[in-house]
Ligand binder design. Structure first.
Ligand SMILES: *Cc1c(COP(=O)(O)O)cnc(C)c1O
Length: 366
């Protein structure tokens, strides 16, 4: 018996998500230490004391199931966004919520629209359902909302838009997104994935749009600016109706107690976010200057990472960086075989990465 013969064809066709290489794995493979990882857009500052204290406190109750309704975190988020708690859906990372949205609204006969170079999870959740992915060509590595509009059909159920986008770091003006929302039929769910919104200088409060567009869902996460990637906690903001539907199919305890406690504590730490943004701004400038010195072009980024064109097989450069203990992210799987995505680290980490890149680029290449 071959399990693949009995599995669903759409599942057989899935290419698994490729995560950033873990530090421990590279340590085992190369037997080296002092490795830096700039591969998964994590916050280089590490968790704050306030968050660590909240986790230590919550750890005392580990024998208990978590609060399946996430009452305290939802109340904190509702207060933060001036929404009601019944508009919030918590997820085991925002990836969890992205998948719930697809499973709630999309059947195998339907279509899902997203952009070329969009976040890898969108094709994954679409394929897992067996629905058709309709891919809008990008414009300057970013979303082309006009192209997306023309692709909307009777079969379109869901549109995913990450703003800023990963892996390109491009962002579109909120005004453009709102103009787009006005074009989209109300029978199509628009998921605005704002995993990196905290890094932007955007002043428009997109959350206010929820009042006017009942088909809009905004997703955000504690994995990036809030520095809690390991705990897996994200959420969506939507109409109460959509939240109610998502609630029916989520796992009853999809967010664990440590994550709930840490996220609640993190939400009140604006100083941590401010510091995070400062470190990121400086790091982006450091990389931009470094790339210019190396004669490399890059995609201007609004996120906590920057995507650089290394003008040769980027996987080979990735390997040469690994040998120097620097983990970055090749993105050939996104259709960008000459680019590397580099997460912004601490100043010393950024410099080590740039130095390693200079050495890698001196090697003979194809
Ligand atoms: C990192 C990221 C997420 C968030 O993932 P989590 O599951 O919340 O860790 C969502 N969307 C995009 C575009 C991302 O890059």
């Amino acid at each position: 018996m071959n399990a693949c013969d009995i599995a669903l064809p759409n599942i057989n066709a899935i290419k698994p998500y490729q995560p950033g290489k873990p530090i421990d794995e590279l340590e085992r493979e190369l037997g080296i230490s002092n490795i830096i990882k700039l591969a998964s857009n994590e916050n280089p500052l590490g968790p704050s004391e306030v968050v660590l204290t909240a986790i230590a406190q919550a750890a005392k109750a580990l024998t208990r199931y978590p609060d399946g309704n996430g009452f305290v975190l939802k109340a904190a988020l509702a207060d933060y966004y001036q929404l009601t708690a019944d508009q919030i859906t918590l997820g085991n990372g925002s990836n969890d919520v992205l998948e719930l949205l697809a499973r709630t609204f999309v059947s195998p006969a339907d279509e899902v629209i997203f952009s070329q170079y969009a976040f890898a999870v969108y094709p994954l959740v679409t394929q897992a359902i067996g629905a058709k992915a309709v891919i809008a060509p990008s414009r300057d590595f970013g979303h082309d909302l006009d192209a997306m509009t023309t692709l909307i059909s009777d079969k379109t159920k869901l549109i995913f838009i990450a703003n800023p986008n990963n892996p390109t770091g491009t962002a579109i003006a909120p005004e453009q997104i709102e103009a787009f929302l006005q074009q989209v039929p109300s029978s199509v769910i628009v998921v605005l994935d704002e995993a990196y919104v905290e890094y932007t200088t955007q002043t428009v409060n997109t959350v206010e749009w929820l009042a006017n567009y009942p088909n809009l869902v905004i997703t955000r996460t504690f994995s990036k600016a809030y520095g809690l990637a390991a705990l897996r906690v994200g959420y969506s903001l939507s109409s109460p109706d959509i939240a109610d539907l998502l609630n029916r199919i989520r796992q009853p305890f999809n967010v664990n107690s440590l994550a709930l406690a840490a996220a609640t504590a993190a939400l009140s730490e604006q100083a941590y976010i401010d510091q995070t943004k400062q470190v990121n701004e400086a790091g982006l400038k450091q990389f931009e200057a470094g790339f210019k010195l190396l004669g490399l072009s890059f995609i201007p980024s609004k996120g906590n990472f920057i995507t650089v064109n290394v003008k040769r097989n980027a996987d080979a450069v990735f390997q040469l960086l690994l040998q120097q203990g620097v983990i970055v992210r090749p993105i050939a799987n996104y259709g960008l075989p000459h680019h590397l995505r580099i997460s912004i680290g601490l100043p010393t980490e950024n410099q080590r990465c740039l130095d390693a890149l200079a050495i890698a680029l001196e090697q003979k290449h194809d």
